[in-house]
Design a binder for this molecule. Sequence first.
Ligand code: GDP
Ligand code: MG
Length: 669
Amino acid sequence: MILALVGNQNSGKTTLFNQLTGSNQRVGNFPGVTVDQKFGEIRFAKNCTVVDLPGIYSLRAYSNEEIITRDFILNNKPDGIINIVDATNIERNLYLTLQLIEMQIPIVLALNMMDEVRANGGTINIRVMSRELGISVVPISAAKNEGIEELINKMINDAKNKHYPKRIDFCEPGPVHRCIHAISHIVEDHAEKLGMPPRFAATKIIEGDAHIVSRLKLSQNELDMIEHSIVEMETEHGMDRDAALADMRYSFIEKLCGRTVVRPRENREYLRSVKIDSVLTNKYLAIPLFLGIMLVIFWLTFNLIGAYLSDWLALGITALTNLVDHGLIFLGINPVVKSLVVDGVFAGIGSVLGFLPIIITLFFFLSILEDSGYMARVAFVMDKLMRKIGLSGRSIVPMLIGFGCTVPAVMATRTLSSERDRKMTILLTPFVSCSAKIPIYALFTAAFFTHYKALVMIGLYLSGILTGIVVALISNRTFMRGKPVPFVMELPNYRFPAFKNVMLLMWEKARDFLQRAFTIIFIATIVIWFLQNFNLRLNLVSDSNGSLLAAIGQWIAPIFKPLGFNDWRISTALITGLTAKEAVVSTLGVLTQSTAAELPSVLSSMFTPLTAVSFLVFTLLYTPCVAAVATIRRELGSAPKAAGLVAAQCGIAWIISYVIYNLCRLILY
Ligand code: GDP
Ligand code: MG
């Protein structure tokens, strides 16, 4: 049995999905987190699969993720729909419910967030609501795990016994009513062939849904009749077609809620949110406050908590490395094998692993910002700025995800309804610095800018964003002309971050990081170790300057000479960085044969603070890793375009590093 979770964005679908299946899908207090459908087995019901779908406000689909949800219901015909409704926002949520009922699939209404409604002293008359809508209604709280079993039992019962909604017509007699009936009649045969309920087809045709119209394969004559009857309704009713249908649904909802919902007090969470917002989204204060908050977070992460934990871990790793080193000598192991283990694997993975606490700390803070609802405000505040550079405020969500990893960020661009906005966002996401680059930054700031770590970090992030803005302005005026689609986003109430969500996000980050360290980075270190210790004839070399790697590196090194670093080891590190950005650090570790704790001091002999800046700017801006490039290729649907993007990024990175390096040199010397 397949049950679909359908509801508005931010209504708690993923929270319910996780409760039902025991899985750990990403939950976020901002819209657009779920962009794909996810399947899971219900723990306490046999042979029952639930599907988490992207949030939608209406079955009139515009963007890709809305189409995913609608097509799932239309084509896959789930056995039942769990319509999850945010009870604190019930009127708007029911708008979708009325359309879902038209689909003629067993449906149960899950009134979520009842904990908040009750805390405000509100009540909802479930019995009357259920009778008026003609479907089962179950009050639940997904977050507090209340009412969920009852919900599933009702759902399974309704689905098994094929209890279809008892009522589909929520319209008062009048012109709209007549129009829907007339059109249902005209399209009945076509719709039934497709297995589409005629009434659903009719309302979508009135709303002008081109997908549905083309699927129905209506004759010209039928189309003319339909148009005639819609125009007649518009003149009689004095409203255009969209407004007429919205009006029909909302007047029913208003009446229904008038009879069933008691709201004695203003929603406390809402009032509190308005108060907080008067400061945090204030016209003048919003951006300085955001930068201030980020600076504090960076300071806590890179100067205080994260750095402290990282130092300890690095010492631990160094001690372990030495222990293994001595152990292998003691056992009389072949020196080449010992070198592979100690100078290769331990130096490489060890140097990267040391940064795990920094990443976890950073994402601890970021997930608090996100789960509290603050990140949604950031999107809202940035919307105006985004518009100025020719992007829609919707692009913010993918970009925020890009701070974690470019791969899901590029996938999240599917939420954008216009192709132009989507391409533009894909073009810019790589300029948002991903978390895999953090070990590089942390290493270099520890080596060269001990007292200004947080400032350098925020400077790097801002430079990436600034470059993105310039690129956006240029492309908006050349090959990406056009206007961004207007963006309406609902701001969720501020909530106290849920411990579980925060932990989940941290664990996700840690797992990704560890996974990469022991797969890609592991392989990269072994390859680098091999190339560094053998020459062209596969003989062991005594001095790595005669190795295969040096030969390759020396060939590439001149490219970077104008940027201030001419060492073949550095250019090699940048090349291995293409597999995964952490590999830059592990490669430097292997090539300088130093442990995590020694690496910063070793680096200060290879770089000056100025060349370190030039190097950091280059790593900030050059191509993301292969996984990201592959995703970009897939989402753009074109290999040449993806290749062009990679080339452009390397070019931009080189030019900006060159300019910064040479300008600073002129000023300083
Ligand atoms: P989705 O967009 O529909 O998948 O919604 P999510 O599952 O991501 O949840 C959105 C937000 O609502 C998160 O911050 C959840 O912690 C919160 N939330 C979900 N269910 C409940 C509930 O029953 N009560 C309360 N108070 N908050 C909830
Ligand atoms: Mg979700």
